[in-house]
Design a protein around this ligand. Structure first.
Ligand code: HEC
Length: 148
């Protein structure tokens, strides 16, 4: 019994010292999972259409864009202080320059929302530049805040 309770105490201490997101998830795993969805929806879904690798379908494309609006709100809650350890590609700047990081995340969300508006319109002449502008916000943030 004493062994069990000291084991339990050790486990609790570990939990207390590792970062946990507001919803109780492991933040590193949670943000990686969201970015994996980014890759599917933005890259393999919308990006492939933009490159002409997949045919353009107005409703499908608009649905992917709407999904991106949802996704674009999610990663940022999963960067709490202390979650800079482990198998992360985040640079320390995420935590040392939180205002800049938030600004990059905010701009990203604005341009993803604009892309979703363009996607609803169904005019590729509007969608292409909106996609390009949204994609730039990925790169702008990664350049400063993510290791390759
Ligand atoms: C405000 C900053 C920011 C924006 C905007 C952003 N990312 Fe990221 N992204 C990150 C950070 C930081 C990581 C590293 C997460 C970790 O490992 O801790 C990351 C990781 C990723 C990963 C997983 C690692 C990899 O290289 O496979 C993918 C995929 C990704 N981002 C795609 C995107 C795409 C696509 C967009 C735009 C639609 C985007 N990101 C926008 C900051 C951002």
């Amino acid at each position: 019994m004493r062994v069990v309770s000291s084991l339990l105490a050790a486990v609790l201490a570990t939990v207390a010292f590792s970062a946990v997101a507001a919803d109780g998830k492991d933040p590193l795993e949670a943000r990686k999972a969201v970015f994996k969805e980014y890759k599917k929806v933005f890259g393999q879904g919308m990006g492939a259409v933009m490159k002409g690798e997949k045919p353009y379908n107005k409703d499908e494309f608009a649905a992917l864009a709407a999904q991106m609006v949802d996704l674009s709100k999610q990663p940022w809650q999963y960067f709490p202080a202390g979650s800079d350890k482990g198998k992360t590609e985040s640079r320390p700047e995420v935590w040392t320059k939180p205002a800049e990081f938030k600004k990059a995340a905010d701009e990203h969300q604005v341009l993803i929302a604009k892309l979703a508006d363009a996607a609803k319109g169904g005019d590729l002449a509007q969608i292409r530049p909106a996609f390009g502008a949204a994609q730039k916000t990925c790169k702008a943030c990664h350049e400063v805040f993510k290791n390759d």
